[in-house]
Design a protein around this ligand. Sequence first.
Ligand SMILES: C[S@@+](CC[C@H](N)C(=O)[O-])C[C@H]1O[C@@H](n2cnc3c(N)ncnc32)[C@H](O)[C@@H]1O
Length: 321
Amino acid sequence: MLKARPTQNAEKIVTLLKAAGETTRLRLLALLAEGELSVKDFTEILGQSQPRISRHLKLLVDAQLVTRHAEGAWAYFRLADRGAGRALNDWLFEIVDLATPELRRDREKLAAVREAHREQANAYFAKIAGDWDKLRSLHAPDSAVEAAIVEMAGGGEGRLMLDLGTGTGRMLELLADRYEYAIGIDSSREMLAIARAKVDAAGLGNVQVRLRDITDIGDHAGSADLVIIHQVLHYFDDPAAALIPAAESLAPGGVLLVVDFAPHNLEFLRTEQAHRRLGLSDEQMNVWARAAGLEVEKVHRFPSGHDGGLTVCLWRLERRA
Ligand SMILES: C[S@@+](CC[C@H](N)C(=O)[O-])C[C@H]1O[C@@H](n2cnc3c(N)ncnc32)[C@H](O)[C@@H]1O
């Protein structure tokens, strides 16, 4: 039986095909199959000027093959996740040989660009590790957020909790006694050294910390009753890249809690504090959750209480029915 696909009138299909039917734009689409990217990422990878890349992206957005999300002075792009644009993209990736030398080189450059961003973030955390516990309370009304985390984390009968991007281990301290085992994962040696000392001092014998990237779920597939990602996703170019493995690590009925900033315009957080994303919107969270097979069940918001301050959001995600 033929699979039902979204249909469009012939004129729209011609627009879609024209938009995709050009070498640079096909390269942009192939790169977007790897996740969300900014104009700056594309210029670095393709070595073409910003106005040129922006013109190509505009055509892709107008044809609804790609969506655009403005964030302060930057804009991020991702493949359409619905409609005829999605259907055409899916079909393209079935028939385009991604091993073609030019497309392979683009992906290698993308990996290098992402590695450079990770190194920047790592250098930042190595520098501030000793001050993080002081700094983190400046970012958010801690006690209110933590009370809501405890409430949303639920009953506490779970076996395993994963704290992705544990930093100095505050979430482990807050929640570990509700779990049989708790594991904190982080890519910063310096942050983990503090977390380890804290866990030892508190005598938390059920807690371990592990040095690795949070996208590497190791042997935790399908095993975590609670996964928490607290103030980490804004360091990712493509937060969906972290949510997909996090979702895979959930046990049946498991819950993923994400805590991060609401959208803001504080550009200096990019230049001075290694942020990649200027906050996360509910709309984006819904798209990323869907891509990871999850849905947003609840959202809490915690405004900073002073002008120009950052609002913290807490999203509870569960597997889609
Ligand atoms: C702002 S701190 C938050 C730490 C902790 N969750 C808290 O709220 O106190 C962000 C942490 O995420 C870690 N991190 C960022 N990207 C990561 C990645 N790809 N893999 C593992 N850890 C990462 C950093 O090393 C840092 O310790």
